[in-house]
Design a protein around this ligand. Structure first.
Ligand code: NAD
Length: 484
């Protein structure tokens, strides 16, 4: 496979919060990898802007360490890091005061494409947006990138949208959900809409149900304070799982264009039924394998925040009426994996008799690790002894199928940052999409609060609470195993 790097014009990128954890782990190493790939042209500038009182030299040291620690092993020619560092600058700014803004304004070149990455808490988004305009750094072509969490309910999301809308048009706002930058997530669209094979079967007539699982083995140690105010519903379901659901369930957009795609995703969210209480299981992990239980890591020893959630969702439209979607996500589960399984219906009549057993096709889409797809196909078990059927996987690991270059695809952050520079909003969430997702989420959370719902305990490194198994078993179905 030939790796294609689409060139961009020189640009200025300001990273507010450039000294923070996200910048060090993802944004700066990602930019370096794009530089190595030849995608960041000479003449571009990357300017860290944060509260810390550093000079450019100190920030370059931080960048060097971030690249060395989190650079992901890309081998670049000698001298590349020095050339990259020559593009790096730093300004001390206070998002809430006037410190540093006049200096920053002298560095940002309005004649180039410029983008401003808000890698800071959402409480600062409005302040940054206002100052970018007041200090005359932005024009109609400037872009701002904002991180999750985008609000904690509909009201706060609306307030954030309004604070940004005062200063920037919706076409300039890039709300990141890094799941949308994953290679396989985009492949989902390629598979659905680039092949004749799947789309005719992609509906309730042929699909029995769909499962989406995002499982982590890590707990909340070190992030308990943040996580306990959020929980699996706000931290994962409202954004990442909802986005996956939308891409799996949406109608084919007329073209692969930002608003066409996002219009279709929005229709899915608006067609979601409210979830019945008995179709949701919340869990909290217990101690195990040298790590303490959930409540040990958070301030409130009687916390009712969920570290696991499983739910059955229904989409009320012609395509999906009658096909349930089962979503599951949690911490301290058996394996770190994200996958989607499309379970097709049984053949209407088995000509091979009861002995051959029940068989159906399943399409599994693995987002991580080992991105790829598997389609289970029923065949005859080889050898004599009659017609015994067996399911075998047609396995397509992208790394194997597409050669070494496939393992070197840009990670989600790299791809999304370059999309910002190219001005392509397709893989970013639109304001109305985020608000619709919160409106649906709020109803569920309000229900828990009204019922004083308490999450069920589950064993660390298990598949979650037994109630989650019971919920799907009531429908005569089972969860696919959580495994890598
Ligand atoms: P962090 O606390 O590590 O860094 C915060 C940065 O913001 C620092 O550079 C700090 O100097 C700067 N800052 C804080 N107050 C400021 C002010 N008044 N003026 C100017 N700069 C100020 O945070 P982080 O983990 O890097 O997260 C940044 C944002 O990204 C948050 O909204 C977070 O929720 C989100 N996010 C982080 C991660 C992650 O993996 N760290 C993942 C997804 C989303």
């Amino acid at each position: 496979m030939v790796s294609r790097v689409i060139p961009v014009e020189p640009f200025d990128l300001v990273i507010f919060g450039g000294t923070g954890d996200l910048a060090r782990r993802k944004i700066l190493p990602g930019l370096f990898r794009r530089y190595c790939a030849g995608q960041i042209p000479d003449g571009s500038m990357i300017i860290g802007a944060a509260r810390g009182d550093h000079d450019a030299g100190e920030f370059r040291t931080l960048v060097t360490e971030a690249v060395q620690e989190f650079g992901g092993g890309r081998t670049c020619e000698d001298g590349t890091l020095d050339a990259f560092l020559a593009m790096i600058d730093y300004v001390t700014v206070d998002a809430r005061g006037d410190t540093g803004w006049a200096e920053l304004a002298t560095k940002v070149r309005k004649e180039l494409v410029n983008a401003f990455y808000f890698s800071v808490g959402p409480g600062l988004f409005g302040d940054l947006a206002e100052r970018l305009q007041r200090f005359d750094m932005a024009d109609d072509d400037s872009r701002i990138v904002v991180e999750k969490p985008f609000g904690r309910d509909l009201e706060t999301a609306k307030a954030l949208n309004a604070s940004l809308a005062k200063h920037f048009d919706e076409t300039q706002i890039y709300r990141i959900d890094h799941y949308l930058g994953k290679e396989t997530v985009q492949n989902l669209m390629a598979v659905r809409f680039g092949n004749m094979l799947f789309e005719p079967l992609w509906n309730s007539q042929y699909v029995d149900h769909i499962q989406i699982t995002v499982a982590e083995t890590v707990g909340v140690s070190g992030r308990g304070g943040y996580y306990d105010k959020s929980g699996a519903m706000r931290d994962m379901v409202q954004n990442h799982l909802m986005q996956l659901l939308c891409l799996i369930a949406m109608e084919p957009p007329a073209k692969f264009d930002p608003d066409a795609v996002r219009d279709e995703k929005l229709k899915v969210i608006r067609a979601l039924e409210p979830v019945e209480p008995h179709h949701i299981v919340r869990g909290q992990y217990s101690a195990g394998d040298d790590e303490a239980d959930y409540r040990t890591h958070v301030e409130d020893p009687s916390s009712k925040t969920e570290s696991f959630i499983a739910m059955k969702m229904a989409i009320s439209n012609w395509r999906w009426a009658g096909t349930p979607f089962y979503l599951r996500t949690g911490k301290r589960l058996k394996a770190r994996t994200s996958d989607i399984t499309v379970v097709f219906k049984d053949a209407p009549h088995s000509i091979f008799g009861a002995k051959a057993g029940q068989h159906n096709n399943e399409l599994r889409i693995r987002l991580q690790p080992n991105e790829g797809m598997t389609l289970d196909v029923t065949i005859k078990e080889p050898g004599p002894g009659g017609m015994r059927l067996v399911d075998v996987p047609l396995d397509m690991s992208f790394a194997e199928a597409l050669g070494p270059d496939a393992a070197d695809v840009p990670d989600a952050y790299e791809r999304l940052i370059m999309d910002v520079i190219r001005g392509n909003q397709t893989l970013f969430m639109r304001g109305d999409e985020v608000e619709a997702a919160w409106a649906w989420t709020d109803l569920i959370i309000e229900g828990w609060q009204a019922r004083a719902d308490v999450p069920k305990p589950y064993d660390a490194l298990s598949e979650g609470p037994t109630d989650a198994m019971a919920m799907i078993a009531r429908d005569g179905r089972i969860w696919r195993p959580i495994k890598t």
